[in-house]
Design a binder for this molecule. Structure first.
Ligand code: KG4
Ligand code: ZN
Length: 340
């Protein structure tokens, strides 16, 4: 079976064709980073308009690269939520219209399920069950994953998401958008231990997170800055990253222990963070757990994970529905998918 996947929930337009026998046939992506950079963050209306501009050329590109025709598709999968309402609506209207014109059925996909399953696109995919650490710009969650559609939420952030904390802290340090990669690069040249920032909820005994206080601690440091050293921002970035990484690693290991599972799967944009990967690998190796990551290009938003999640749903027996329902779900808790 061949599934076309369409992602447009935020600032990336992604399309891909996944074949359940041959794997990923092609994927194409346009990122809007340059478009939003001068505003220091995503401008929803600009995002929607850009998705409109990009979808048709990207569809042509991905179909050409896949070597199959639109008529040879079995279903169209698209991100129905969560995300920016306008951006989602563009992808929805495009996918529903395309599928209706082709007489193909639709598979609405939950964006986080796409991230969650994205490590299965790697060369050496993990087997079920596993604990998933989902760390994106909008979400930070630990989940026990028994199979496709079988997700148990173990804990999540009570305020800012990990990526959001990276982005906001980067802004405080005067770095551009998106802040995560820039902050991470700066932290690489910072001295560890110069500043001691809080590790929020490290000992809370549950699997929840809170990162807003960490960002506020950075704000205080930056405001009270008495030193004018050139390496001050790098040392602050390092302290921030050390604190955040320590919390993510400790809670992930605790979740593995709690569930008795052996595999940890890391997904979402922050999963691209080098220091997080290093620390997770180190902690897991000591305890004989195994950690899996998506390919770097599939850490952040992309169409491949949506085509793949749709295909996995089909393989698991999900019934695609007829095209023509123009509805998105900007807020859509993942636990509503359980058993769906
Ligand atoms: O998964 P994603 O593309 O978007 C959402 O679904 O939210 O993740 C984007 C987030 C942004 O907050 C970005 O700053 C962060 O992932 N990010 C990183 C890195 N690369 C992307 N954060 C830390 N280190 C990185 N290398
Ligand atoms: Zn995402």
């Amino acid at each position: 079976m061949r599934v076309l996947g369409i992602e447009s929930s935020c600032d990336e337009t992604g399309l891909a064709v996944y074949d359940t026998e041959r794997g990923l046939l092609a994927h194409a992506l346009h990122t809007q980073i340059a478009l939003h950079a001068e505003y220091g963050g995503v401008v929803p209306e600009l995002a929607s308009r850009d998705h409109i501009r990009r979808l048709v050329p990207l569809l042509r590109q991905v179909m050409g690269a896949s070597g199959c025709s639109l008529a040879e598709l079995d279903a169209v999968a698209y991100t129905q939520g969560p995300g920016l309402a306008g951006a989602l609506l563009v992808g929805c209207a495009f996918a529903e219209g395309l599928a209706a014109s082709l007489g193909k059925p639709i598979l609405p996909v939950h964006h986080l399920e796409g991230h969650l399953l994205s490590p299965l696109l790697a060369q050496e995919p993990p087997e079920f069950p596993f604990v998933a650490l989902l760390v994106s710009g909008g979400h930070t969650q630990l989940m026990a994953v028994a199979g496709v559609g079988k997700y148990e939420l173990l804990g999540e952030t009570l305020d800012d998401a990990a990526g959001e904390a990276f982005d906001k802290t980067a802004k405080l340090l005067g770095l551009g958008y998106p802040g995560g990669p820039a902050l991470s690069k700066l932290a690489d040249v910072g001295q560890p231990g110069v500043f001691d920032l809080p590790r929020p909820m490290l000992h809370s005994g549950d699997f929840n997170f809170s990162f807003a206080g960490l960002k506020t601690a950075v704000l205080t440091l930056v405001r009270d800055k008495s030193e004018d050293r050139p390496d001050f921002p790098a040392d602050v970035a390092r302290a921030f990253q050390d604190a955040l990484v320590e919390v993510l690693v400790k809670k992930s290991i605790a979740a593995l222990k709690h569930t008795g599972m052996q595999r940890l799967v890391v997904a979402g944009g922050v999963g691209a963070n080098r220091q997080l990967r290093q620390a997770l690998n180190e902690a897991a190796r000591k305890r004989r757990y195994r950690v899996y990551y998506p390919e770097l290009e599939f850490c952040t938003d992309n169409g491949a994970m949506i085509a793949f999640a749709g295909a996995m749903r089909l393989m698991a027996g999900a019934q695609p529905r007829p095209a023509g329902v123009f509805a998105v779900r900007p807020r859509w808790p993942l636990n509503e998918l359980m058993g769906a």
